[in-house]
Unconditional design. Sequence first.
Length: 316
Amino acid sequence: MKFQTSIPLKKQTRNLIDYDANILLLGSCFSENIGNKLNYFKFQHLQNPFGILFHPKAIEQFITDVINGKKFTKEDLIYQNERYHSFNAHSSLSEVDENMILNNLNSQISTTQKFLENTSHLIITLGTAWVYRFIETDKIVANCHKIPQKKFLKELLNIAEIAESLEAIVSLAKSVNPNITILFTVSPIRHLKDGFVQNMQSKSHLISAIHEVINIRKNIHYFPSYEIMMDELRDYRFYAEDMIHPNKTAIQYIWECFTEVWFAENTASTLKEIDIIQKGIAHKPFNTKSEEHKKFLHNLYLKKELIISKYPHISF
C-alpha cells in the first residue's frame, strides 16, 4: 500500500551539471536554498547578485541591465529610513552611504556580465506573479523597501505578460551565450500575505507561462520543485515554524531530486568526499592538542588536497 504520490522525474541526458559547470542562480529565496547547497558542495556558481528577486519582471530588468552594462548613478537611488536603496535590487544591497551602494550595484553588474558569458546553467526560480508599480514613475519595482504602500499599485501579471518577460530573459541570455542551458522552477514558498487564493492564482500563472516558453524553445527546461513540495511533501512536518517556508528536510529532499535529474553521474563520489570534508571542518574536538586530533587534521588535509588536485578552482 502506498501512502504518497510521487512526481515522475526523468533523468536529463544532455548538458548535465558537473564540477566544470558555471551556474548562475536568480530569483526568489528558494534559489538561495539551492545556491547554499551548491556553495556547500563547492560548485562554481554566482547566486542572486542583486539579492532575492521575487517576480519575472525584476529578473528581466536585472538581465537587461547586465547585458547593457548599466552604470547606476545617484539618480537611480531612493532615500528611505536613513538608507539608500535601488528599486532594481533587494534591500540586502541597501546602504547608509550613497557611494557604497553605487559601487556595490555596479560591481555586481560587472561581475555578472563576465560570469554570464561563460555560464553553463542559468537557474531561475520564480516566486510570485504579484508586482508593485511605483506610482510616481509608473515602473514595476523589484522591492518596495518599506516605502508606504499607498505609493504603489499592486498588480497581478497575466500569463501572456509573464511569458513575454521570460522570452525576453531567454533571448537576452542567449544573445551573449548561445549555448546556455536555462532551467525554470517555481518556488515552493507560499506568499500568503497576498492571500491563499491569490497565492494559488499567482503560482498557476507562473507555471502556465513557463510551459508556454519551454514548449517552443530548445535548452529550456522546467524542474518541478513547487509540485514536489505541494504533492510529495504535502504535510506540515516539512514546513518551517512559519508554516510557509520549506524546512531543512524538505530542502534536502528537493535537492536530492534535483541532483537525481540534473547532476552527471561522475559527481556522486565527489559530492560524498566534499561532504566528509565539510563535516570534518565543522567538527569541534575535545582536545585540540591530542595526537588523535593531529592525525585527524592531517587526514583531512590529505582529503582536501586530493579534491583540489582534481578541481583546482575548489578551495576550503
